[in-house]
Design a protein around this ligand. Structure first.
Ligand code: A2P
Length: 316
């Protein structure tokens, strides 16, 4: 598996396993199976509601000598209700306890959106805190503290725009190593990707397969179905591959990191084997023409009357 180098000289495996939407009862075996066939990178978050079970999968994998801790890369994310600077280290310690780890490889600010401490997911505008009340740079200082304490080797952000990254970059002590955002042929993110590449920020593509298993509140009517796109299907036929494999290899060809989620052993293996496909220039050009700037995860679930957040200002 190919590694990419981060801006502090550390490396990250370019391909990993996503765990958003992986249910407790399924995710432990998914993690163990993935690690047993060569995955070296698992992407987690406390809001996925399954970190304890991911932790059991990791613990058993170490005990059964499937992998060593130092040979794998574990990411987790700071949830929106822990944005105050002093809340970051305790939140990370909770995640470490759940994952049964001593350190993380990467910790990300999950969203540029802040909630009150006692709110896990807001039901109205009163559960949110504005970014003037809790500026992102303060949250970032908490991330820097976590890195200084040795609890995490690399720190970064998720769902950040160029403008928000600029704000962090110009005011921080430790530069962000990563921006993890939705990215696939319907949302190619060329401008953001170029910005990250030019500024030595690695770029992880989430929802690379279109996340068809999203919960209802993260879905819109009449969405385009990425895995059923006719152009992708034709390219898949040409390579005797599946559409999912073409989507994964497209992300790898663009030098992004990619974290497809699956809890099915067959698909976990299939996704891993996508690394062996070779897409040619014609394939890449055909896929490039599919961009719709379409977000599946559009952040509208954070938008309520009487709050400072709009879909536009979350992404701007
Ligand atoms: P499952 O977990 O049952 O395999 P994303 O990574 O974009 O969030 O997409 C995850 C969704 O895609 C899940 O519904 C997952 O289902 C499904 N999926 C994962 N791998 C494949 C594959 N190789 N072929 C088809 N669907 C897949």
């Amino acid at each position: 598996m190919k590694n990419l180098t981060l801006n502090n000289g550390n490396t990250i495996p370019q391909f990993g396993l996503g765990t958003w939407k992986s249910e407790p009862g399924e995710v432990k075996n998914a993690v163990k199976y993935a690690l047993s066939i060569g995955y070296q990178h698992i992407d987690c978050a406390p809001i996925y509601g399954n970190e304890k079970e991911v932790g059991e999968g990791l613990k058993e994998s170490f005990a059964e000598k499937i992998v060593n801790r130092e040979d794998i890369f574990i990411t987790s994310k700071l949830w929106n209700n822990r944005h105050y600077k002093q809340d970051v280290v305790p939140a990370l310690k909770q995640t470490l306890q759940d994952l049964q780890l001593d350190y993380l490889d990467l910790y990300l600010i999950h969203w540029p959106v802040a909630f009150k401490s006692d709110v896990n997911f807001p039901e109205d505008g009163s559960g949110l805190l504005s970014l003037s009340e809790v500026p992102l740079i303060e949250t970032w200082q908490g991330m820097e503290e976590a890195a200084r304490e040795g609890l995490v080797k690399n720190i970064g952000v998720s769902n950040f725009s160029i403008k928000k990254l600029e704000n962090i970059r110009l005011n921080c002590n430790l530069q962000p190593s990563m921006n993890q955002v939705e990215c696939h042929p319907y949302l190619q993110q060329d401008e953001l990707l170029a910005y990250c590449q030019n500024n030595d920020i690695a770029f992880t593509a989430y929802s690379p397969l279109g996340s068809k298993d999203r919960p209802k509140f993260v879905k819109n009517d009449n969405e385009p179905i990425l895995l059923e796109n006719e152009v992708i299907k034709k390219i898949a036929q040409k390579h005797q591959a599946t559409t999912a494999q073409i989507l994964i290899k497209w992300a790898i060809e663009r030098e992004t990191i990619v974290i497809p989620k699956s809890v099915s052993p067959e698909r976990i293996k299939q996704n891993y084997e996508a690394q062996n496909i070779s897409l040619d220039t014609e394939d890449m050009e055909q896929i490039q023409a599919l961009n719709l700037n379409y977000r599946y995860v559009d952040a509208s679930f954070f938008v309520f009357p009487n709050s400072s957040y709009t879909v536009e200002n979350i992404w701007e």
